[in-house]
Structure formats: C-alpha cells, structure tokens
Write a protein that binds this ligand. Structure first.
Ligand SMILES: [Zn+2]
Length: 272
C-alpha cells in the first residue's frame, strides 16, 4: 500500500495530462429559493432541512422513458462554470463521526451546500451521517469502497469498489450517487467507463488545500484564499487522519469566501 503522498504523486501525471480539459458547463444550482451571493446574506437563514433534499430528476418535466445515459469521459471534470463567482467545496474520504458533523454544522450555519465523496467502508458504519448530508442538501458522491489506486485494479475490482459504495449511499440517502472521484486523482479508461455505466460523472478538483499533510489551519485557509476564483473546485478531507485543522479552516475561509461575493454551491447533473 502506497502512502498517500506517494500515491498522489503516482496519480499526478494522469491528472496533469487532463489539466486543460474538464470544465463542467451549465452548473450551479442555487438553492431552491434562488439565493444571491450577496455578502453575508446567506448566513443563518432558517429553513426546513427537507427543503434541500435533492429532487429526483424524474420529478421535473416530462417523464423519462429510459434511464439517462452518462457520457464516457476521457478526463475528469476539474472545475465548474456557472453564473458569477461560483465555487464548489468538496470533502473526501469520510464520513468520520469525529469531524464530519462539525463540517456539516458550519455549512448549515452559512446555508451552504457542499459535496462529500465518501468511502463505502467508512459510510457503512455511519449511514446516519450520509442521511444528514442528503437531508441538508449536500451531494453525496462515490469515492470507492476502500480508497485503492484504481489504476492498479482489474475492471471487476473497480466495479466492485464503486458498486458496493453506491449501494451503501442508496441505502442511506435513498438515491444512487451521480458523481464519483478516483482516490489520489488516479483515473484511467476503465474507471471512466465503469463510472459512466453506473451513472456517475467523474469530478476531480482545481485546488488541493493539502489539508491531508496537516500543514496548519492558517496554511489551509491561505491556500483557499489564494486559490479562490470563479469555477474553482476545492479539495479537503473530513476523514483519513486528524482533520481538526480542516474543520477549523472551514470556519474561517467559508465566511470569507461569502463576504467576497462567492456563491458556494454544488454542481447539478441536469445539463446536456
Ligand atoms: Zn481520497
């Protein structure tokens, strides 16, 4: 088993090669009420949690005769393009009961939706946390069962890693995930194909906070501040080690992003 750093370096080539592509168009769901990114306006607006549960796609417009097919991509989506200054926060490797609830509390305090790419083996024991994510409008994505380097697995093993995790997510949230992310950003052709067969879009990231190196809360905050830009997808972690710094950093950079006029939201799949 590679260390996370070694594996990250191993996977870096794959991501780097795709760095010029992968812009996700027509994204950004505002909340149901179409809130604006006015500074501070999103904070502490009480609403019923259930209002944010994502609606099934079939709930809108004419009924779909057949399940929608997912395009097989050649590289992951790396950023989003939406109206105005949109950013997406993503949290990987969880859930972890020690850190995930604090992150959810902060997101709720500022009325912000994020994405959680969960691992099946973590999620299986914390289904209540997955249910809370869905209830509060967050997107629960698939980050494999046990966080392996998918590029070293057979197709059968890749499918098992993804399918079992989607099963847990469906059991906890009521819907199968529409997004997945390869551990260490190590994607390959089989991964894209199998992900698409399972109805999921591959999402990578634009900005790595490097929180997994525990560089200090201030360092994480500065990375987000310096890297903030329209369309940026931020990678953080709510599990996989001591994530106290990640929890504290979010409390600092999230209000700063909102005060700077960023609309922090989640991508939608109802495009194309
Ligand atoms: Zn990961």
């Amino acid at each position: 088993m590679l260390t996370r750093r070694a594996a990250l370096l191993a996977g870096a080539g794959a991501v780097g090669a795709a760095a010029t592509a992968g812009v996700l168009t027509a994204v950004t769901g505002h909340g149901p009420a179409g809130s604006t990114p006015a500074a501070g306006a999103q904070a502490r607006r009480p609403r019923s949690a259930s209002a944010y549960r994502l609606q099934p796609l079939t709930g809108y417009g004419p009924p779909h005769a057949a399940p929608r097919r997912t395009l097989v991509r050649r590289e992951p989506l790396l950023r989003v393009s939406g109206r105005g200054r949109t950013m997406v926060l993503t949290f990987d490797d969880g859930p972890d009961p020690r850190y995930t609830p604090d992150i959810l509390d902060t997101l709720a305090e500022y009325d912000v939706r994020a994405m959680f790419f969960v691992c099946g083996e973590m999620a299986a024991g914390s289904k209540e946390l997955l249910a809370r994510m869905a209830d509060e409008g967050h997107v629960v994505g698939n980050h494999t069962w046990s966080h392996p380097l998918l590029t070293r697995l057979t197709r059968r093993q890749i499918r098992s890693q993804l399918e079992r995790t989607s099963d847990v997510i469906e059991d906890a949230c009521g819907e199968r995930p529409e997004w997945f992310r390869a551990p260490y950003g190590a994607w390959n052709r089989a991964t894209f194909q199998i992900g698409a067969e399972l109805g999921m879009e591959p999402l990578a990231w634009t900005l790595d906070t490097l929180d997994w190196t525990t560089p200090g809360t201030r360092s994480i905050v500065q990375r987000v501040e310096n890297g903030a830009a329209p369309g940026v997808v931020v990678l953080s972690h709510d599990a996989g080690g001591d994530r106290t710094q990640s929890v504290r950093a979010l409390r600092r950079y999230l209000p700063e992003l909102l005060d700077s006029g960023y609309h922090v939201t989640v991508p939608r799949r109802d495009y194309a």
